[in-house]
Design a protein around this ligand. Structure first.
Ligand SMILES: C[S@@+](CC[C@H](N)C(=O)[O-])C[C@H]1O[C@@H](n2cnc3c(N)ncnc32)[C@H](O)[C@@H]1O
Length: 251
């Protein structure tokens, strides 16, 4: 049966690759590399650099997956994502069947870890649901959240307390005591009122990494400015942050 290795490659630094991930890279017959257009060219480059550095058989084969564009979400976000996933599943399914022999093994290199705001596993399940015989294995990677915590030298949770992980779109103006925010194109932290600390990081793990932390009211404008300038200079940005509500204990 055809097999797919879904390999978490860490969020931005080739040194984040685990030994298990390197071993998996060296088992694959074909690498499927998504092409999400110009803006993400730098991310595609990191995948290519990883293959050049860690795959021992330099005659490896890679195939570009042209990613269909997602329609504007409008009011029906879930519907738009569902349609997009259906198109992705069709495109991936066709490519896996065409490019992999019956007993061959393909690899998908997933940014960070596949468990976190990534649909690769959902798409593979959709392909299987169409009747294409496919086995798969998941190799975990270092997420951007772990990179953020490490670079700021902080634990995510306070003793015995929970942590919420959410998106900029879903961030309320009075978030839970410890909230990690991802996929935030709108700087949702500027809507937050109250006494919070923020630990912000962009391009984590990469040479251009930027870190800012402090009381939200004091560093919010600085983060907005730094973020805008970096985005203009590079043409894209990936950032994430932890918001921590000040309590009598940590105030
Ligand atoms: C589609 S999600 C993928 C998350 C990924 N699976 C992970 O494990 O980190 C993309 C979001 O992750 C965050 N992100 C990923 N890599 C990052 C990095 N190197 N620095 C800062 N944020 C990052 C950003 O919030 C970005 O909008």
């Amino acid at each position: 049966m055809r097999r797919i290795l879904v390999i978490g490659i860490g969020a931005g630094n080739p040194d984040y690759l685990t030994i298990q991930a390197i071993a998996a890279l060296n088992k694959a017959d074909v690498f499927f590399i998504p092409d999400k257009g110009e803006e993400k060219a730098a991310l595609r480059q990191l995948r290519t650099d990883i293959l050049d550095r860690f795959v021992e058989n330099k005659a490896y084969r890679s195939v570009v997956l042209k990613t269909p564009k997602r329609a504007e979400a409008g009011s029906d976000y879930r519907g738009a994502v569902d349609d997009w996933h259906a198109k992705l599943a069709e495109a991936y399914g066709e490519l896996f069947t065409a490019e992999l022999g019956e007993d061959q093994c393909g690899a998908l290199l997933v940014w960070g870890d596949p468990s976190l705001y990534d649909s690769t596993l959902r798409i593979i399940e959709r392909i299987r649901a169409t009747g294409i015989a496919l086995d798969y294995e998941v190799i975990p990677g270092i997420t951007s959240i772990q990179a953020l915590a490490a670079r700021h030298r902080i634990p995510l949770n306070r003793i015995g307390e929970p942590v919420l992980i959410t998106t900029g779109r879903k961030l309320p103006s009075n978030p839970a005591e410890d909230t990690v925010v991802m996929l935030d194109g709108e700087q949702a932290f500027t809507r937050v009122t109250g006494n919070y600390e923020i630990f912000w990081g962009a391009y984590l793990g990469a040479p251009e990494e930027i870190l800012v932390s402090g009381k939200l009211g004091e560093v919010s404008e600085e983060i907005e400015r730094v973020r805008r300038e970096a985005r203009e200079a590079k043409g894209w940005i990936m950032d994430t942050y932890l918001l921590r509500k000040a309590t009598p204990d940590n105030d």
